[in-house]
Ligand binder design. Sequence first.
Ligand code: ARG
Length: 458
Amino acid sequence: MTKLWAGRTAAETAQLADDFNSSIAFDSRMAKQDITGSMAHAAMLGAKGIIGKDEAEALIDGLQGILDDLTSGALQIDPQAEDIHMFVEQVLTQRLGDVGKKLHTARSRNDQVALDFRMYLRDEIDEIAALTKKLAAVLTDKAEEYKAAIMPGYTHLQRAQPITFGHQLMAYAFMLLRDLGRLTDCRKRLNISPIGSCALAGTTYDTDREMEAGRLGFDGICLNSIDGVSDRDFAAELCAALSIEMMHLSRLSEELILWSSWEFQFIELPDAYTTGSSIMPQKKNPDMAELVRGKTGRVYGDLMGILTVLKGLPLAYNKDMQEDKEGVFDACDTAKMCLAVMAGMLPGMKAKTENMLRAASGGFINATDLADYLVIKGLPFRSAYKVSGALVGKCVKEGKTLDTLSLEEYKEASPLIEADVYEHIDLRTCVEKRISAGGTSVQSVEKQIAAVREALGQ
Ligand code: ARG
């Protein structure tokens, strides 16, 4: 195929070079954005009198025809084309003749590709944000269901203090709210139009960049044309936001895997989202959670990829920048899939609340509460901490727990201790007393649920 840029050279490149150079295999994803962008460009050229009004109309109709034909399948993308921009322009010119050749007035592929990429990622962000909201809502509903289910809370993966399962799940809902904030923020900075920056230096035509940007739903235009064609911050920023979001999903996955293990037996994941083993009949594997945890690595890789492509690149456009897309597309695809799978799986998750309670009761999870009890009775916290620690030591040695110690044994450790100690260190009391803002009491968790629902507009 004759190159649209044949002129300076004969354009008879080697097939190998053509294949190496081509980006059509992945940038054809942006066909819709490319065509919509070109329609706005044609409209602007017509409105400014740079081309005739009838010519602008012909271009817009022709572009609409290409979009319709691509959608219906009447037109196939040519895998031999150099990229989506060249393909669309070539088809347009085949269909319209000379007027098709006017479309590329006052622009360059450099600002065109930056425009398409921003428009494409803008749509992706909207989809990812909707999925993030969905998952946050699912987590919040689960938290409501289990707002009174006592389980051990861990630090260092050692039983630390009693909490509720609802409290733990809400921690993840808040992470997702922050992810949503990062996506919204990224979208704001992304939604600035580069079109009209042209190759790098702007143009001699009397264009109206604001008009074109406005038609395409942008909030403004890049004010420096060199930055306009060189900037890929939005792609790196999106990958960074998605990496953090995946990190959250990965931490949740890790807990789901642990909790569904035979050792913990805190939860049961729904059959529809688990798999069996080809050899061990007893297995019910949390594959979905493991895959989400694993796929986090590839999104981090996508972030490293885009940062490394951009590092050290001189201004303005360099062909290296064609390498900006695949990783970012992959990060978006991966995040969307993981969010959807998590939101599909979690509603069917069942907590084995008796096991959770048993695990919370077994250890010395109420040792802090015993110390707090002694503080109420007048002991300074440090001394109270020592008494409680000594009693735990005694229990470990004698195979007892704090609730099975006799009052005499308690009194030996401190005469301040009375019969009301048992009520005080009861797990339910321990949970119910943690009414501080953000704490684990049912009342506090209900407030957290309400706050997240409000943020989600529910
Ligand atoms: N396919 C190219 C890319 O993705 C489009 C821009 C080409 N610009 C150029 N000056 N060769 O980056």
